[in-house]
Design a protein around this ligand. Structure first.
Ligand code: DAS
Length: 326
């Protein structure tokens, strides 16, 4: 029997990290062969076509790096691979997964995974996550779902997955939507077919524009928002409170930013649910913000909204056509 060909891209993170001194700090130094060596069962499951990308810590990854990764994933798909597996740091894996959803049309499975416990640590879950990633990527059931994040036997969609915990292996959750499925005894059980599709297109570059992200908290000054606006970005995403509400003292500055032609997208700092549209009538409420010319994000967290606005801008799309995401 011919085993499915899977394009395997390593991109750093804890899953590829080891310490050189017992008990000392770790760095992402394992290449594809080093990571795969921890999972001998893969030899009977898939043919691996490996590609080692720079071994980033995922907090060092830029949108341009993510775009380079998307092109590499596309290369494997265009070469006829049955699926793609990407190892990635967990800190920003959700952003890369969403960038892939924005830039690659749905087709063969694209599966990202990582680990919270490094390869030198007792009980590292990296090998188990890698095995499930290859099982999922070689499963026809995972085709057409868009990029997936798998960890802890759980299958998440790129749009909804987020990292919740700083250290637990069970860090990932999809708070607004739940899991797409689970892996059991090597079998991928998929329960839902996403009705959404985030694909916009593959831009030539993501270096040309910047989109800033500003987090609100009770009583903060306008210093951060002003600094973001003064950088003349292509857009600003504000992680506002609750259903998408803003501190009244910041509204004069908001009006200036909108008048200057900078698109302002209102997301929520809450981890689940959609921004509201017609509930609160107070100054700074969602109705007031929409009247002032802001754009409500819908059901997408701030970091993913930023990527959506960035990719859309590079593709020349009207920001108002990108949101709300339902
Ligand atoms: N938090 C680490 C990880 O889980 C570091 C990183 O994101 O690269 O991979």
């Amino acid at each position: 029997m011919t085993l499915p060909r899977i394009h395997f891209i390593t991109f750093g993170g804890t899953i590829s990290s080891v310490s050189t001194v017992a008990g000392g700090p770790v760095e992402p130094t394992l290449d594809a062969a080093g990571i795969v060596a921890g999972v001998p069962q893969l030899a009977d499951l898939v043919q691996i076509e490996a590609s080692d990308f720079p071994a980033y810590a995922s907090f060092a990854v830029t949108p341009q790096n993510m775009l380079d990764l998307a092109r590499e994933a596309k290369r494997g798909i265009d070469n006829g691979c049955a699926g793609v597996v990407i190892t990635h740091g967990t800190d920003t894996i959700e952003e890369t997964a969403y960038l892939l959803a924005l830039t690659l049309p749905r087709g063969v499975p694209i599966v990202l995974t990582g680990a919270m416990r490094n390869a030198s640590q007792t009980g590292s879950e990296g090998p188990a996550n890698l095995l499930t990633a290859f099982q999922l990527a070689s499963s026809p059931a995972a085709a057409g779902l868009g990029p997936l994040v798998v960890a802890n036997d759980e299958i998440h969609s790129a749009r909804f997955v987020t990292k919740l915990h700083t250290s637990k292996a069970s860090t990932f959750s999809s708070p607004s939507a739940g899991l797409l499925g689970e892996l059991t005894e090597g079998r991928a059980d998929i329960w839902w077919q996403p009705r959404w599709n985030d694909y916009l297109g593959l831009p030539a570059s993501l270096d040309g524009h910047r989109v800033e992200l500003v987090l609100l908290a009770a009583g903060v000054s306008d210093v951060t928002l002003r600094a973001a606006a003064e950088a003349r970005p292509a857009g600003i995403v504000i992680e506002a409170t609750g259903g998408g509400h803003m501190l009244p003292p910041l509204l004069p500055l908001l009006d200036e930013i909108v008048a200057a032609g900078i698109p302002v997208v209102i997301a929520s700092r809450g981890i689940a649910g959609a921004t509201l549209e017609s509930t609160y009538g107070m100054v700074g409420g969602e109705i007031d913000l929409a009247r002032r010319g802001t754009i409500a994000v819908g059901r997408l967290n701030g970091q993913k909204a930023r990527l959506r606005l960035l990719v859309g801008t590079e593709l020349g799309l009207d920001p108002r056509s990108l949101f709300p995401v339902r």
